[in-house]
Design a protein around this ligand. Structure first.
Ligand SMILES: NC(=O)c1ccc[n+]([C@@H]2O[C@H](COP(=O)([O-])OP(=O)(O)OC[C@H]3O[C@@H](n4cnc5c(N)ncnc54)[C@H](OP(=O)(O)O)[C@@H]3O)[C@@H](O)[C@H]2O)c1
Length: 219
């Protein structure tokens, strides 16, 4: 399976790249600097800053892709009364605009392989809590992107899945705890490997079915 993914430098994306590399899948990693892909010697590495639409548009993608997984993301908490413009812009750019642009560029390759798009959303894409406006807005938008795309692309045999994880033990969650002034205990949260097992299940799903949405919550 040839899989393009973002976010392979850290957290869920890193664990997914590790798992797919281990079983011999061919990886195309979109990272903002090549050193973030250093753990994956056999991967094709494409450099783009997902906050910069121009650098995504400049990418040359493969002609055939079995899957694209959007795992990169950023979070910046704060009440609407205080959230700076640049915090809104970076979250909307990386979490919403980048997956939209990258998906458009990848669609010919996905259609060629009747491939799968997996969009890593968030519980914040289903419920917006105080302090989470910008991140949740980007993830609500990401849900809309996935839902429209799914309806548009089914005729081309491209399947689209949104994965909505709850709090997952990654560097992002550690940062969220710092912003919330809470003590971080990785053992309390979903493990990245559990989210990855769900994504891999979606990627491996037999062609007679599709998983439109899957929600994971800490037990
Ligand atoms: N952790 C959670 O609790 C949780 C819960 C629900 C949903 N999610 C979602 O899950 C996904 C993965 O999150 P994570 O927890 O694994 O976060 P993470 O450990 O912080 O990893 C985020 C990844 O996104 C990449 N990234 C961020 N900005 C980028 C940019 N401008 N250009 C290119 N790459 C960029 C980072 O690149 P570098 O390697 O260069 O830093 C990193 O590899 C995100 O979409 C997040 O919103 C996370």
């Amino acid at each position: 399976m040839k899989v393009l993914l973002t976010g392979a430098g850290s957290g869920i994306g890193h664990e997914l790249a590790r798992r797919l590399a281990e079983r011999g899948d061919e990886l195309v990693l979109v990272v903002r600097s090549a050193d973030r892909a250093a753990d994956f010697a056999d991967a094709t590495v494409l450099e783009a800053d997902l906050a910069d639409p121009g650098s995504i548009e400049a990418l040359t993608l493969p002609e055939r892709l079995d899957a694209v997984v959007h795992a990169a993301g950023v979070v910046e908490l704060g009440p609407v009364a205080e959230l700076r413009t640049d915090a809104w812009q970076s979250q909307l750019a990386v979490n919403l605009l980048a997956p939209a642009i990258l998906t458009r560029l990848a669609l010919p390759a996905l259609r060629a392989a009747q491939g799968t798009v997996v969009i890593v959303n968030s519980g914040a894409g289903l419920n917006a809590n105080p302090g989470w406006a910008a991140y949740a807005a980007s993830k609500f938008g990401l849900r809309a992107l996935a839902d429209s795309l799914r309806a548009e692309e089914s005729a081309h045999g491209v399947r689209v899945t949104s994965v909505y994880p709850g709090r997952t033990a990654t560097p992002m969650q550690e940062k969220v705890h710092q912003q919330e002034s809470k003590e971080y205990d990785a053992g309390r949260w979903i493990q990245a490997s559990t989210v990855v097992a769900t994504i891999v299940h979606v990627l491996d799903l037999s062609r007679d079915a599709t998983v439109p949405d899957v929600t994971l919550r800490p037990s």
